[in-house]
Ligand binder design. Structure first.
Ligand SMILES: [Zn+2]
Length: 59
């Protein structure tokens, strides 16, 4: 299981999924809908990927 916390400072949004591609998809949707990011650019995708990490078991 992988985990990701939103890269926007102060945002508490996070998600977990087995597939990193699914996390990237959800994170892109989140940026568009919550942070009004009209276009999620490739460099933003790279930043999202860099922030994906293994989920802690005890959560
Ligand atoms: Zn956010």
């Amino acid at each position: 299981m992988k985990q990701y916390e939103c890269l926007v400072p102060g945002c508490q949004w996070h998600t977990q999924a087995d597939d990193p591609a699914e996390i990237v998809r959800r994170a892109a949707d989140h940026l568009r809908s919550v942070h009004a990011e009209a276009e999620v650019r490739p460099e933003m995708i790279d930043r999202i990927k860099q922030r994906i990490h293994a989920a802690q078991a005890a959560q």
